[in-house]
Structure formats: C-alpha cells, structure tokens
Design a protein around this ligand. Structure first.
Ligand code: ZN
Length: 155
C-alpha cells in the first residue's frame, strides 16, 4: 500500500486475514495513564461473506447488553459498516485470553436468549429491523470456530 492511512484497519490487508478471529487493533494511552484496548472481532471472511442486517442488529443489541455482565470497563462494542465484524473497546484491560473467554460467554448468552433487548421504537433507531434467529445463527457459527479465534492471518 502506497500511503499509510490514519485508520489502522485501512492499513490492514483484508485479503490476508482468516476469519473468524479476534485481533488487538491498538492501545490508546490517555494523559493520566489510562489505556483503551481496541479489538477487531471478525465474524465473517472479508469480501467473501457478511452478516445479514437484521441478525447483525440483534446480535449487536444482545452482545452490548450481555458482555457488560462478564467484563468491567467496556467502552463500546459496535458493528463494522462492512457487516463482517465488530469493534470492542475496553478500558485498562490487556488480557487477550480473557477477552476471548468473555466473547465465548457473551455468544452463549445470545444462544440462550428468548428475546432481543431494547428492540422497540423508544430504545432503538430501527426497531423493525431485528432477527433473533439470525443473531443465533451468527453466534452459533462463530462459536463453532472457537479454537481458531486467536489466529488472525492465513498460514
Ligand atoms: Zn438498535
């Protein structure tokens, strides 16, 4: 790539990765010593597959609500516009293996859910666009590759 871009993921060669995976994107240090760890949680192989919108939207709600039961100091977990993954930002948490365990627990919460939290017009910006079944399919496929999450690049 000719020029280094501002956004870390724009410098990542998306043809070289092997989804699903969890990758540390980077650490942002604040002036008082706090650190934000940002992770790329890739569910689908870039440019080969993607999450359908309704299921993606529902797994977003389910993960956002449930991950905070397993991990303190979650700043955000939000979907990528390409619909292949999520970014997770956590304050002062450097334990990569624990992030994988927390993700596993959170996806098991998705499988056990009997409703999507906050899927109504008061609490969500597109309440008609949800699929609990779609969310469970995404979670199930991701969990079936649990032993590969730490491998980011194809060998
Ligand atoms: Zn929503």
């Amino acid at each position: 790539m000719a020029n280094k871009m501002n956004v870390e993921s724009f410098n990542l060669d998306h043809t070289k990765v092997a989804a699903p995976y969890v990758r540390l994107v980077g650490v942002t240090k604040g002036p008082k010593g706090d650190e934000i760890y940002k992770y790329d949680i890739r569910f689908k192989q870039p440019n080969k597959a993607h999450m359908e919108m309704a299921g993606l939207h529902s797994i977003e709600h389910l993960m956002a609500e449930n991950i905070r039961n397993h991990l303190d100091n979650v700043v955000d977990i939000g979907p990528m516009g390409c619909q292949t993954g999520f970014y997770l930002a956590v304050l002062n948490h450097s334990d990569y293996d624990e992030v994988l365990d927390v993700l596993e627990k959170t996806l098991n919460d998705v499988l056990a859910a009997d409703e999507v939290p906050a899927c109504n017009e008061v609490q969500c910006g597109w309440a008609a666009n949800h699929s609990l079944e779609g969310a469970k399919e995404i979670a199930n496929e991701m969990l079936s590759h649990r032993n590969e999450w730490h491998v980011v690049f194809a060998e």
